[in-house]
Write a protein that binds this ligand. Structure first.
Ligand code: URP
Ligand code: ZN
Ligand code: ZN
Length: 464
C-alpha cells in the first residue's frame, strides 16, 4: 500500500514547510516538493497541517481502580485516541503486591493484544520491589518496558515507602531506564481526609480541599532528591500546580535530570468545577485534584520555558452512571480519573496555539516529539522524516466543532460524559495514519485493530 499526501504544511517540533510526503508500507519513503510519484491513495492536504501522530505517554485502559475498572479497554480507548489524532499510547501495566512485574506485564499484554487500533507500549507500575526481585527490572527493559511508575499517593493501594522508592530508583538508573513519579504525600493527605470525613464532609469539592498543592510540591521535592542520590532520570507525571512546578525548576537548576508532564485538565479546568450541582463535580475527580485557576498561568509558562516537557492525558475514564456514582455518599469513594485521550491534540491546539500560549512547533513537541524522545520511541515515532513510521495526522486548523458526548464526530470514548461537553473547539484531526494504514478519515474509522506493541529503547538510545 502506498499513500501520497500532497501540499500539506508539515509541522514537526522544528520544521515548518510545505511539501509532499510519499509513504510505502509502514514508513515514510520520500518528502519533497511536487514529488513525481503515483500512489494507491492520494490526499490533498492544501490548507491543512501535517503533523506526526500524537503520543500520549499516560493512559489507564482496562485498569482496576477505586473498586471498579476504567471504562475504556484497549479497543475503545485506542480507537478514541485515533479519532483524536493520537497514534501511540504508553499505558500503565500494574504489578500487584507480591507478584512479579513480569507477570503483571503478561496480564497487560493479554488485555491489549489483538484489540488496539493504534500502537502501544507499557510503563510498569511497581507496588513492591524487594531486593530479591530487583533482577526483574533488567528483564523488563529487555522486553521493551523501560520506565516505571511509583506512587507516593494512595496508601494501602499503590503507595510505596521511601525505601522502595530508593531501591527501585537505583536499579532503574543502573539499567538506563526512567522513573515516573506520582508525587503527592498520600500519608499526610489521608490524615487530612480523615479529618474532613470526621467533620461530616461528603461532597466532591472535598477531594480538592483535602489535597493541598503543598503536599504535591513536597512529593516532587522528595522524588527529585531521591532521584538525584539514586542517579536516575525522573519524570513527574500529571503535575498540576505552581507549587509543584517550582520544585521541578529548583531540581533542574541544580542539574538533576527531572522532567515533568502536565495534562489538559489542569490547563483548562479549575477546582470550581467540583461545585457543579447534582454531584456532577464527580466527573472531574482525579488525582492530583483540579487546582485554583491562577495555577494555569504558571503551567503555561512551564510549557513554554521547558520545565514542563509534555502534555499527557492521564486518561482514566469512569462512567458517571454506576461508577462515579459509587461516591455519592462520600467523596472518598469516587473513582479517581477522567476521560481525555481523544481531546488532547485538539484541546492543546485550540486552547494553546490559537490563544498564542505556544507555537505550532511547541504544540507538536508537547503532544508527540517530547514523549517519543523521553520514552525511547524516537525517531521511529514522534516526527515526520524519511524512514520514520508513517504515523501522520492531516489536521484541519479551521474546522470548528462543539464537543458533545452525543456528537459521533467528537466523542468515541466508552464513557457516558465528556469533560469538555459544550466546549467549542477549532482544529480537528481529519485523516489519521498509523504505520501507513489510514485508520480514521473524516470521522470514519477505516481500520479496526492492527495496533502493535512497541518495544521501547532505553534512556539515551534511539529506536529505529
Ligand atoms: O485520578 C487519576 N489520576 N487516576 C489514575 C491513577 C493515577 O494516579 O494516575
Ligand atoms: Zn498518578
Ligand atoms: Zn495516571
Amino acid at each position: 500500500m502506498s499513500i501520497l499526501i500532497k501540499n500539506g504544511r508539515i509541522i514537526t517540533a522544528v520544521d515548518d514547510y510545505v511539501a509532499d510526503i510519499y509513504i510505502e508500507g509502514e514508513s515514510v519513503k520520500q518528502i519533497g516538493r511536487d514529488l513525481a510519484v503515483t500512489a494507491d491513495r492520494t490526499f490533498d492536504a492544501s490548507g491543512k497541517l501535517v503533523i506526526p501522530g500524537g503520543i500520549d505517554p499516560h493512559t489507564h485502559l482496562d485498569m482496576p481502580f477505586g473498586g471498579t475498572t476504567s471504562a475504556d479497554d484497549f479497543h475503545s480507548g485506542t480507537l478514541a485516541a485515533a479519532h483524536g489524532g493520537t497514534t501511540t499510547i504508553v499505558d500503565f501495566a500494574i504489578q500487584s503486591k507480591g507478584q512479579s512485574t513480569l507477570d503483571g506485564l503478561e496480564i497487560w499484554h493479554e488485555k491489549a493484544e489483538g484489540k488496539a487500533v493504534v500502537d502501544y507500549a507499557f510503563h510498569m507500575i511497581v507496588t513492591d520491589m524487594p531486593v530479591s526481585r530487583l533482577g526483574e527490572m533488567e528483564k523488563l527493559a529487555e522486553a521493551g518496558v523501560t520506565s516505571y511508575k511509583l506512587f507516593m499517593a494512595y496508601p494501602g493501594v499503590l503507595y510505596v515507602d521511601d525505601g522502595t522508592l530508593y531501591r527501585t530508583f537505583r536499579q532503574a538508573g543502573l539499567n538506563n531506564t526512567r522513573i515516573c513519579m506520582h508525587a503527592e504525600n498520600g500519608i499526610v493527605i489521608d490524615e487530612i481526609i480523615r479529618e474532613a470525613v470526621e467533620a461530616g464532609h461528603k461532597e466532591p469539592s472535598w477531594h480538592a480541599k483535602t489535597r493541598p498543592t503543598r503536599m504535591e510540591a513536597e512529593g516532587v521535592h522528595r522524588a527529585v532528591a531521591i532521584a538525584e542520590v539514586a542517579k536516575v532520570p525522573l519524570y513527574i507525571v500529571h503535575l498540576s500546580s505552581h507549587d509543584a512546578l517550582e520544585q521541578v525548576r529548583i531540581g533542574r537548576a541544580r542539574g538533576v535530570d527531572v522532567q515533568a508532564e502536565t495534562c489538559p485538565q489542569y490547563l483548562f479546568f479549575d477546582q470550581t468545577w467540583y461545585d457543579k450541582p447534582n454531584f456532577e463535580g464527580a466527573k472531574w475527580v482525579m488525582t492530583p485534584a483540579l487546582r485554583e485557576k491562577w495555577n494555569q498561568g504558571s503551567l503555561w509558562q512551564g510549557l513554554r520555558m521547558g520545565d514542563l516537557s509534555a502534555v499527557a492525558t492521564d486518561h482514566c475514564p469512569f462512567c458517571f452512571t454506576g461508577q462515579k456514582e459509587l461516591g455519592r455518599d462520600s467523596f472518598t469513594k469516587i473513582p479517581n480519573g477522567a476521560p481525555g485521550v481523544e481531546n488532547r491534540v485538539t484541546a492543546l491546539y485550540d486552547g494553546g496555539v490559537r490563544t498564542g500560549q505556544i507555537s505550532l512547533n511547541r504544540w507538536v513537541e508537547l503532544t508527540s516529539t517530547s514523549a517519543a524522545k523521553t520514552f525511547g520511541l524516537f525517531p521511529k515515532k514522534g516526527t515526520i522524516a524519511v524512514g520514520s513510521d508513517a504515523d501522520i495526522v492531516i489536521f484541519d486548523p479551521d474546522e470548528t466543532r462543539v464537543v458533545s458526548v452525543n456528537d459521533p464526530r467528537t466523542h468515541h470514548m466508552r464513557v457516558d460524559y465528556s469533560a469538555y461537553e459544550g466546549h467549542t473547539m477549532t482544529g480537528w484531526s481529519e485523516t489519521v495514519l498509523s504505520r501507513g494504514r489510514v485508520i480514521v478519515h473524516k470521522s470514519n474509522a477505516e481500520t479496526d485493530k492492527g495496533g502493535r506493541f512497541v518495544k521501547r529503547a532505553r534512556v539515551g538510545e534511539l529506536l529505529r
